[in-house]
Design a protein around this ligand. Structure first.
Ligand code: 13P
Length: 243
């Protein structure tokens, strides 16, 4: 399973380093074999730590150049970053990134062989317009994206579930993930108000290959506990298969 923490615009560099060290120690001590990704704020990027893949929340599709306020590949390369989030709802809806811009970013980092966590998801008004309209909306977010890319991970994050404490019902997640799996066979994460108390339930749903966690991952202890839940769940599933 893939357990990912999006730290957004939180934690200083010093706090991020301490966070990563705590998670790293936990992974080692508890023999966590899940794939653990952490996306710190840009100013807190550090070199990949064994056991954790550190990724960028955003970068401009350029090696370097005159793009005030942005970072490019050169700045990621310094920290050996090879994983990037693209299409997060906050980039789409708060920063106003268009599908065209996201496709440019996707293609640029794909050419460089990055692991890309590509996010899709609908706002509340779209969800309220009915299932078909909602799926059409989400389908448009796949336009121009190479769904066969071997280093692709997709994250389904309903915008209304992000940071709100609300989640779709388990049945809804299963239905939507089933439809999204017909668009791409890439691992599919669920994100939106995942926390220590619901992570096992979410991870146990059909078609959920992992989670992308925001606020509940801000404390290393909580994120570690979610990694442990995934590990226990995998063990349970394997035991069931063997018996
Ligand atoms: P929350 O877990 O805070 O709802 O955020 C989810 C998210 O946006 C992860 O990318």
């Amino acid at each position: 399973m893939i357990i990912a923490a999006n730290l957004k615009t939180n934690l200083t560099r010093a706090k991020t380093i301490s966070y990563l060290n705590k998670v790293e120690r936990f992974i080692e001590k508890n023999s966590i074999t899940q794939e653990v990704l952490v996306f710190p704020a840009t100013s807190s990027l550090v070199k990949h730590q064994a056991g954790i893949k550190v990724g960028a929340q955003n970068a401009y599709p350029a090696i370097n150049g005159a793009f005030t306020g942005e970072i490019g590949y050169e700045q990621l390369e310094e920290f050996e970053i090879k994983t990037i989030l693209i299409g997060h709802s906050e980039r789409r809806h708060v920063m106003g990134e268009t599908q065209e811009e996201l496709v440019k970013k996707f293609n640029f980092y794909k050419e460089l062989g990055f692991r890309i966590v590509y996010c899709v998801g609908e706002p509340l008004s779209v969800r309220e317009s009915g299932h078909d309209k909602m799926m059409e909306y989400i389908s448009r977010q796949y336009e121009g994206i190479d769904v066969m890319y071997k280093n692709l991970i997709v994250a389904y994050e309903p915008v209304w579930a992000i940071g709100s404490g609300l989640t779709p019902t388990p049945e809804d997640i299963v239905t939507i993930h089933k439809e999204l799996k017909t668009k791409s066979t890439a691992p599919l994460l669920y994100g939106g108000s995942v926390k220590v108390t619901n992570v096992q339930e979410v991870l146990s749903l059909d078609g959920v290959d992992g989670v992308l966690v925001g606020s509940a991952a801000l404390y290393a202890e909580h994120f570690c506990s979610m990694c442990e839940s995934a590990q226990l769940l995998e063990k349970k599933i394997n035991n069931k298969k063997e018996s």
